[in-house]
Design a protein around this ligand. Sequence first.
Ligand code: S3P
Length: 169
Amino acid sequence: MKNIILIGFMGVGKGSIAREIVKNSSYMAIDTDDLIESMQNKKIKQIFKEDGEVYFRQLEKNVSLWLEKSVKSTLISTGGGFYKVKNLKKIATVVFLDSPFDKIIKRIKEHPNAKAKFKKRPLLSDLKAAKELYKKRRPEYLKLADIVIDVSDKTALNCTKEILKKVKK
Ligand code: S3P
């Protein structure tokens, strides 16, 4: 089994879909933000605040080198900016989870934990700036993707079925 890596904008559902894939396949999953938080013993928000974004991006790069070298047959979910690492295509089959910006924001707002979901993401604190970031990133996500899944208005289970079918081809 080749690694699968999920990329896409903040709040698109990378984590939920990763958990659904684990439930419905023999993949185990890891998440790049979780790895960083546990190794640093700090939340992402705290790393941004105390150490800065440049430092956080360096941590993502370190994770990417480890993934390429040491991780096999695994589903990898990522932070929304992880796709920028240079070796992404060497790590895994790249699956881009696509959704319009407004639907992503709506999805977060409707979550029972909406407040916490916004709070933990420093780059979502200003929605106007976040929309600009989305516009800049979307073509870059598309360019890197081996598989594109339109996740808007679909359940995590349906997205999972689509991903597993396309990865097998
Ligand atoms: C980021 C996305 C976040 C997290 C960090 C930066 C980004 O992850 O890695 O706040 O640059 O898009 P999620 O995509 O899980 O929110």
